[in-house]
Design a binder for this molecule. Structure first.
Ligand code: HEM
Length: 347
């Protein structure tokens, strides 16, 4: 897929005849995750299908068309296909799609994890997002599907700087610097290519990992800012601890003992080799469900799950940040490429 060519992008409305005129169906096309400013509000929820209904494709088509005909303004709806949606699909399923395992330190609540179909609704206006969420849920009810779990998110101080989408997380740190600047690089990291051994329909799609990560903000806020910065490995505003500016690379090789940037800091473990950044694109939202239950809905996209998210997550085991965070839910999903051909793959 050429970046933006055939892709339905943020800001495009797709009418039932397939014409574009506003905003709705969204794929993970490069412009969506690249320089484009993400929406500051999101509703993320996961549906389970009607088990008595053999044919999945027909219900999914109804859901997709329902989302497209939604007239709720500048909201977009993106889908992610869950592992369980492909039961019995054999080689039609994305090759690496599986139930998200429990990683070290995770406490996954099955009622807040996995499921058949992920729906991400995003927009600037919270009321419009809520309405679009309700509309998609209503279509889901019509086709006999149920809501398994869901969560609302937001991006504080949401902006684009130097072609990177940035936002402030509940730990007061700005996230997004490690993402690629160009659409080509975003596509290179995120989109499945031909020759990867994936089914033909999946080319141009992307593996999406969702992790609902609760933050111990009270505990965190007891630490001084310099302590917090040593745990993250960057300043709150993104500068490097060895003095390199936001847009430069730190010189980890000159700091083998981690005196400036501790060896167990988040960025040092996440991306140790500055010439070979991890092949993932991150796009997270903050959440706050009250009673201290706040954190991030971590989202990342990659064309290869094992080389992308899983390799980074394993490196992060034992990081200094671990005692402040707890992953309670989420799942592995596959964002289909633009168009409708993928629906046939569901049978
Ligand atoms: C647990 C909660 C997390 C917090 C608070 C957090 C926070 C941050 C912050 C502040 C940065 C530096 C700014 C940036 O480049 O965006 C960062 C970078 C990064 N994080 Fe996380 N993150 C979390 C979880 C994760 C997870 C689960 C992964 C993947 C498994 C991950 C992968 C990365 C990567 C790859 C980078 C970029 C490193 C670089 O290129 O320098 N993070 N994170």
């Amino acid at each position: 897929m050429g970046a933006g060519a055939a892709a339905v992008r943020l800001g495009d409305r797709v009418s039932e005849t397939g014409e574009r005129s506003g905003a709705v169906a969204d794929t993970v096309s490069a412009p969506v995750l690249g320089a484009h400013q993400p929406e500051s509000r999101a509703g993320v929820f996961v549906l389970d299908r009607d088990q008595s209904e053999g044919e999945v494709g027909r219900a999914v088509r109804a859901l997709v068309e329902g989302a497209r005909s939604d007239d709720g303004g500048d909201t977009l709806v993106a889908f992610g296909l869950g592992t369980s949606l492909f039961e019995g699909a054999g080689s039609r399923a994305p090759r690496q799609l599986r139930v998200m395992p429990s990683f070290a330190g995770d406490l996954l609540d099955p009622a807040q994890s996995h499921g058949d179909l992920l729906v991400r609704v995003a927009g600037e206006d919270a009321a419009a997002v809520r309405k679009a969420v309700a509309d998609v849920k209503a279509v889901a009810t019509e086709v006999g599907w149920t809501v398994r779990w869901g969560i609302d998110g937001f991006r504080a101080d949401n902006r684009v700087e130097e072609s990177r989408a940035l936002a402030r997380n509940p730990f007061h740190f700005t996230e997004g610097f490690g993402n690629p600047e160009t659409e080509r690089e975003v596509a290179d990291r995120a989109l499945v290519r031909e020759g990867q051994g994936e089914p033909a329909w999946a080319v141009g799609g992307s593996y999406q990992v969702v992790r609902v990560i609760r933050f111990a903000t009270e505990l965190w806020d007891k630490d001084s800012v310099p302590e917090q910065e040593r745990i993250m490995g960057r300043r709150r505003d993104g500068k490097w601890l060895d003095g390199a500016s936001v847009g430069e690379e730190p010189n980890f090789a000159a700091d083998p003992k981690g005196r400036q940037t501790p060896l167990d800091s988040h960025v040092r473990l996440a991306a140790p080799d500055r010439r070979n950044p991890p092949p993932i694109v991150r796009r997270s939202y903050s959440y706050d469900r009250g009673d201290g239950d706040a954190g991030i809905i971590f989202n990342c996209y990659q064309r290869d799950l094992a080389k992308g998210f899983e390799a980074v997550q394993k490196r992060l085991e034992g990081e200094a940040l671990a005692k402040y965070v707890l992953t309670t839910g989420g799942g592995y999903f596959f964002v289909p490429p633009p168009g409708d051909a993928w629906i046939d793959a569901l049978g």
